[in-house]
Design a protein around this ligand. Structure first.
Ligand SMILES: CC(C)(COP(=O)(O)OP(=O)(O)OC[C@H]1O[C@@H](n2cnc3c(N)ncnc32)[C@H](O)[C@@H]1OP(=O)(O)O)[C@@H](O)C(=O)NCCC(=O)NCCS
Length: 183
């Protein structure tokens, strides 16, 4: 299944080789977040073009996973999202990543993208959508809370900085909170 969504200011569609430089700029613009996800040679946050290309290639191998570029209508890539149709542990779709370039934070673009994804899954007849928020990522916790996501579970994951606690948040779909205009 291919996901291609249009919102008021964004298009969300498959990230490809031509997007690598722009996606690297997104990843490097949020260094604290990057350090909780990526690293090499014992250095949390160390991330480069070849690592990103490898991540895109890995995602491509999984038919249930979609790595999407978030493009303005003029084509500029301002963020990315990684979504999974079915998490292997709970069978529920997950937003594995949603990241906007730091210079465009707090303009409502993250909300627009997240609502488009929730609307799309709701349209597939899915009842709930999940996301994991690492302990310490307060802006993300506030963001998902503002969209109606509520905690349903606690997990832990390994990270380049050691083990991290994760809040599993869930949005009940079709509950009237979603106002995106995904098409
Ligand atoms: C979290 C993230 C995706 C939010 O995207 P965004 O486009 O900046 O957020 P929006 O402008 O759409 O914010 C929508 C609402 O979320 C809440 N919110 C967003 N950022 C917030 C912050 N830093 N502090 C408090 N509340 C915040 C607010 O309620 C906001 O509404 P308001 O601006 O009208 O008050 C973005 O900050 C990001 O890319 N962060 C780095 C990566 C990351 O942590 N991703 C989430 C992984 S779980």
């Amino acid at each position: 299944m291919t996901i291609a969504l249009r919102t008021q200011r964004l298009v969300l569609d498959d990230a490809g080789a031509a997007d690598v430089d722009a996606l690297l700029a997104v990843a490097l613009s949020n260094p604290a977040f990057l350090a909780t996800h990526e690293g090499s040679e014992g250095e949390p946050g160390r991330y480069d073009r070849s690592m990103l290309e490898r991540d895109l290639a890995m995602a491509d191998l999984d038919p249930l996973r979609h790595t999407l570029a978030l493009r303005r209508h003029d084509g500029e890539v301002v963020g990315w999202a990684d979504v999974l149709d079915e998490h292997p542990r709970d069978g529920v779709p997950w937003i594995g990543l949603l990241e906007l370039r730091a210079d465009v934070h707090r303009q409502g673009l993250g909300r627009e993208a997240a609502q488009a994804l929730a609307d799309w899954y709701a349209g597939q007849g899915v009842a709930r959508l999940r996301v994991g928020v690492d302990d310490g990522n307060e802006p993300a916790a506030a963001f998902w809370r503002s969209l109606g996501y509520r905690p349903v579970d606690r997990r832990e994951r390994p990270s380049p900085q050691g083990r991290l606690g994760v809040d599993v948040l869930e949005l009940a779909l079709g509950g009237g909170l979603l106002t995106g205009d995904a098409s």
